[in-house]
Design a protein around this ligand. Structure first.
Ligand code: SF4
Ligand code: SF4
Length: 197
């Protein structure tokens, strides 16, 4: 079975905002939620994940809203995009933001470091686990579910969670199916991302 590698440092991508609004579930809005301004990195100002953006006033509003960065304009969390995620998944309430990367193959729960175990509560944990099971079933086109608490990374596998420590911007996650005497098992480790020319 092949290996599968994902990048995992989550930052808002500086993609154009065109069409972004059309993807939002009708009736859904950020409202008083600002959690992505804390738990997701902002590339333009090298804001790391897990700390409030310096422009977020009191964790309540963006002081530069009309001139906010392109990556802020285009960012939408999964709660805004997926009809099946009910009100309990709103990041402000869940205390984590679901983000998909790698063309939808990588689902990350970016957790508020103030509530580091929020993802373990019900119904979140059961769902994350189920998505991890479904993701591995797609092997070799494996879909990965992980948790990021600032830069601390935990990979959710069908049978266990693997804490892989802090994940630097130049590091990704490698998941590999290994054959053992007891059967097949998934191994997870950090790897350096290939340098882009
Ligand atoms: S986490 Fe989602 S709902 Fe909350 S402010 Fe960001 S995009 Fe809006
Ligand atoms: S610039 Fe504004 S929208 Fe962007 S992360 Fe900071 S507070 Fe949030």
């Amino acid at each position: 079975m092949g290996e599968h590698q994902h990048t995992s440092a989550i930052a808002r991508a500086a993609t154009p905002p065109l069409g972004a609004d059309e993807r939002v579930v009708p009736g859904r809005a950020c409202g008083t939620c600002t959690l992505c301004c804390k738990v997701v990195g902002v590339l333009e100002i090298a804001k790391p994940a897990g700390v409030w953006c310096p422009h977020c006033v009191g964790g309540k509003r963006c002081a530069i809203y009309d001139a906010r960065y392109a990556s802020c304009r285009s960012f939408l969390c999964q709660w805004m995009l997926e009809k099946g995620l009910g009100p309990e998944w709103k990041p402000q309430r869940a205390k984590f933001v679901l983000v998909k990367t790698e063309g939808g193959k990588h689902l990350t729960a970016c957790v508020d470091p103030f509530y580091p175990t929020a993802w373990r509560r019900s119904p979140y944990y059961e769902n994350l686990k189920q998505w991890a099971i479904e993701g591995v079933r797609r092997s070799p086109d494996l879909h990965l579910v992980n948790v990021l608490i600032a830069s601390r990374c935990i990979v959710i596998l069908p049978d266990r969670e693997v804490e892989i420590g802090t994940l630097a911007h130049d590091e990704g996650i490698q998941v590999e199916m290994k054959k053992t005497y007891a059967g097949e098992t998934l191994e997870v480790r950090k790897v350096k991302k290939p340098l882009t020319p």
